[in-house]
Write a protein that binds this ligand. Structure first.
Ligand code: GTP
Ligand code: SPV
Ligand code: MN
Length: 591
């Protein structure tokens, strides 16, 4: 399929190392995909769902110990330890040691199995954003997922030509032994190695491993950014053009939901429309016009299933109605369809849960795993942007940060300028979710929602943000905001209705970008006047909105102290001076 010597050598090396019975190159054709689906159904690796209700849809269960990303078993393997991540949950390992471990664990791992070679592109093939990867795997499930999440096939090899470079990925399921599970990145070799897992973010190597951890390194070198961000377009009757926004929220904190938002009725009636460009990852470059342009390197959605329903996210639900793989949700034997918590108000009377056990509504267990997911083709999404396949990407008017904070952080605020906005990104904290293994609901620092995804030293990554701002033509930087949909009242209830109603906040954000609305200057940045957040026909009262927009200086003084300690403990004197200057301003403002 190719005469690229580097590709051929890589495939040969993997074959010699893993010793498969046979090697299959994935060409991206429907015929090959259909044959693989049949083969995986025959072995029980996937289950064919009701093809009338869910055409082209399949079901898969992972091992019970293999249901989320393993952040503490994820490594950046580069020569110099100082180049890798002080503070990140991701760890450093010397490449030599890492390769030796892989040798020990995975040599001969494909014996008796088939080795699949997946040529794929992150980004529209031929666009200046796009990068080619080759993933080697022994899992048909991985092949089928990659065929949805990325652009797979011969055109990627054509793009490489005889001499092109690519990101190498090697995945081996081995025995899905959690004690020998490692997700390793070698930025100096553009290589990813993943062993002993068969779950999403650990094994779909184009996603977090390539498009974030390796790509942050490429972006640092080449002058662009790889971010854990959704991208959406908003069409408003008052604007001449569609405005684009990118937003970074940690895992399971609302990116897919915001990216596919359906505005409340009065906005729809007025002609508002939200268009989804991406729901998880953004690659961002300075365009020829001096603005920042963003593209989504993925081709599908690997979305959280529980909570997705016709009310919360009808667009995502619609996207899963064909050609989708469901992982670790519940099976409804009645009609061979799927179910997960909150899909319908009432649960079906009888299900097979995500572990394969009988399930009834009163059994006291979840039917779907909290991190169960759908892998759906982006083209299925009713609100997919007409720019989705644009080679140029889309120009950004605003960048939004946000996390899960029960207290302190208001519904929305705007930073004073790019460097202050970068600071706002560095101080993000968010409560942990089921997207990674470990405790849920623990508040942790998660700068730019990138804590588990930075491929190099965190302080250098902050510096890169400062540098990128300076590369954008003066006055053309996107405005930077912070949002929090997750503030709670004394009883632990969310105070803001969220989902479609987030349009009301987006509207204020875009008005700020357009200079159409005043804001109040506070200790932390610009906040909306309550009157400027439209809560007509919204399930919230004015007093609650006031609370959501209140900046409690005492709390923020504590927050600033905590941030100062966090910086000192983790970055010492390596923190960029622009960030420290903004911390000083915050401290002073809170006195
Ligand atoms: P990853 O795919 O892990 O990166 O997650 P994500 O950031 O795309 O999160 P997603 O949109 O899938 O939402 C995760 C969870 O947050 C779901 O349970 C949603 O129901 C919930 N959620 C999303 N948006 C909102 C919101 O505006 N308010 C509230 N209260 N919950 C929300
Ligand atoms: C996330 O955890 O942020 C995800 C899912 O988007 S995974 O692909 O597992 O990383
Ligand atoms: Mn994500």
């Amino acid at each position: 399929m190719t005469n690229n010597k580097k590709v051929l050598q890589f495939v040969k090396d993997c074959e010699a190392f893993a010793q498969p019975d046979k090697v299959v190159w994935i060409d991206g054709s429907d015929a090959q995909r259909d044959a693989l689906r049949e083969e995986a159904c025959a072995t029980g690796e996937i289950i064919k769902l009701n093809q009338e209700k869910l055409p082209g849809c399949y079901y898969h269960r992972t091992a019970e110990n293999d249901v989320a990303r393993v952040e503490d078993r994820t490594f950046i393997c580069c020569e110099n330890e100082a180049d890798a991540l002080p503070h990140s949950i991701v760890k450093w390992k010397a490449p030599k040691e890492a390769y030796a471990m892989v040798n020990e664990i995975a040599k001969g791992a494909y014996k008796g199995r088939t080795m699949y070679v997946i040529p794929y592109s992150m980004g529209v093939v031929g666009s200046p954003f796009s990068k080619i990867g080759i993933e080697i795997t022994d899992s048909i499930y991985v092949v089928l997922n990659m065929m949805i999440m990325t652009r797979v096939g011969t055109m990627c090899l054509d793009q490489l030509g005889e001499n092109g470079d690519f990101v190498k990925g090697f995945h081996a399921k081995c025995n899905v032994d959690p004690e020998k599970r490692y997700i390793m990145h070698f930025p100096e070799d553009n290589t990813i190695i993943s062993v002993n897992s068969a779950y999403g973010g650990n094994v779909l190597l184009g996603k977090k491993c390539f498009a974030l951890r390796i790509a942050t390194n490429l972006g640092k070198k080449e002058g662009w950014m790889a971010e854990h961000m959704l991208i959406l377009g908003v069409k408003r009757p008052q604007d001449k053009e569609i405005k684009y926004v990118a937003a970074a929220f940690p895992s399971a904190c609302g990116k897919t939901n915001l990216a596919m938002l359906i505005p409340p009725k009065q906005y729809l009636d007025a002609g508002y429309e939200v268009q989804c460009v991406g729901d998880d990852i953004a690659w961002i470059r300075v365009g020829e016009d001096g603005r920042l342009w963003a593209a989504n390197p993925e081709n599908g959605f690997f979305g959280v299933a529980p909570g997705t329903n016709t009310k919360s996210n009808p667009n995502a639900l619609a996207a899963t109605m064909k050609g989708t793989i469901f992982t670790n949700v519940a099976l409804n034997p009645e009609d061979n369809t799927v179910w997960w918590e909150k899909l319908t108000k009432e649960a079906p009377a009888h299900l097979i849960d995500w572990t394969g056990k009988e399930w009834t509504p009163d059994c006291g267990r979840n039917a779907a795993h909290p991190n169960s997911r759908f892998t759906a083709p982006a083209e299925n999404c009713p609100c997919i942007s007409p720019e989705f396949n644009s080679k140029a990407g889309v120009p950004l008017s605003a960048i939004i940060f946000g996390g899960r904070r029960a207290t302190t952080t208001p519904l929305v605020y705007q930073s004073r300028d790019w460097n202050h906005g970068t600071f706002v990104g560095t101080i993000m904290s968010s409560e942990t979710t089921a997207a990674a293994t470990g405790a849920v609901g623990v508040l942790r620092h998660d700068p730019m929602a990138m804590k588990p995804f930075m491929g190099y030293s965190v302080d250098q990554y902050f510096q890169h943000w400062i540098d990128m701002g300076a590369k954008v033509e003066e006055g053309k930087q996107p405005k930077i905001f912070n949002v929090n949909w997750f503030r709670q009242d004394e009883n632990g209830n969310f105070m803001w209705p969220g989902f479609g109603d987030n349009m009301r906040v987006l509207d204020w954000i875009l008005d700020r970008c357009e200079g159409k609305v005043e804001a109040q200057e506070t200790a932390i940045g610009y906040l909306p006047y309550a009157k400027d957040i439209n809560i007509e026909n919204c399930d919230i009262d004015a007093a609650t909105l006031d609370k959501l927009l209140y900046v409690d200086k005492e709390r923020w003084a504590n927050e600033a102290k905590e941030i100062e300690n966090y910086y000192a403990e983790n970055f010492g004197d390596k923190m960029p001076k622009e960030i420290i200057a903004n911390l000083e301003i915050l401290k002073n403002n809170c006195k």
